[in-house]
Write a protein that binds this ligand. Sequence first.
Ligand SMILES: Nc1ncnc2c1ncn2[C@@H]1O[C@H](COP(=O)(O)OP(=O)(O)O)[C@@H](O)[C@H]1O
Ligand SMILES: [Mg+2]
Length: 330
Amino acid sequence: MTKAELIDYLLQRQLIQDRSVDVISLPGGVSSEVTLVRTANRDFVVKRALATLKVADPWHSDPRRSHTECQAIQYATRFIPGAVPKILDADLERNLFVMEYFGHEYTPWKSQLMDGEICAATAQKMAVLLATIHNASWGNHEAESLFDTTDDFFALRIEPYLVMTGQRHPELQEFFGAETERLGRARTALVHGDFSAKNILVSSDRCVLLDWEVAWFGDPAFDPAFLLNLFYLKSLYRRKYFDQYLDLIATFLKAYAEHLVHFDHALECRICRLTLLLMLARIDGKSPAEYITSDSDRQHVRRFVKELLLDGVVEFAEVDARWRKEVAGL
Ligand SMILES: Nc1ncnc2c1ncn2[C@@H]1O[C@H](COP(=O)(O)OP(=O)(O)O)[C@@H](O)[C@H]1O
Ligand SMILES: [Mg+2]
């Protein structure tokens, strides 16, 4: 959508009164056009889902996921009202919606983490928010029928991360294959599906969780695993903050376990297994972590994940101990 088309559209929807507005493309996303619109008296964001994602490998997904995102934000508003954006307008035909803008007082959590501003309180807060949404939707029929999105979840998560990585590692294919099948059947709670630091905005008194287009009624283990695998990778990339990243993982898991009513050992094992699979997927899947650029770092992750999968490791205490040993030896 060009700038002129967007302005025409906003006038037609009466979201703006005249053409004297600033239209600024927001960077960061790969699956949507995200645009900040500034008018004399208010700012807002227009998010339009794309059919083809902006990554190196071909990756398509139904743009109607914009509707899923709106529904998930509205659903989550009931349980974590201050932690999701307010929706100002939605247009199902154009696969776009309009939401409040979180301005200069907000920073993406990812930027803070990369800059060494590693705040345990944020991990604690986000774990409690996640547990709240998982608790609220756990076994809930309304959430199950609203977020019956396994096909989209397959296209956006299972295929590009698990199926593709399994194909690139035939010796580990059985682990990726088993997880793919298991997730295809899992129906437990509302999963955010893109629970990573780039989708979390932090201010001095608030955390906001954006980007709900992958929302799915499935296995909640996916969300902590999606976040925590990146903390392991970041600890490799930003080695001077190694201990802080590992502490963050422990803080997050402890708070999540304390607040999730249904937390048990089986869930921890599922989170742990998925964390390992996703770590390798972030090296060899369709959406690699852009900061792991050295071949030797990639090889370390490949060797580490392979060893732990073949050894049957499913507990964080052991992943933690072996990752410390692995990285200390580098
Ligand atoms: N409502 C908002 N207020 C402020 N920044 C936003 C808002 N929505 C998105 N952004 C910024 O744009 C980036 C991309 O938006 P996101 O919803 O994550 O799209 P994508 O699905 O393409 O990842 C976010 O990481 C965030 O930095
Ligand atoms: Mg995003």
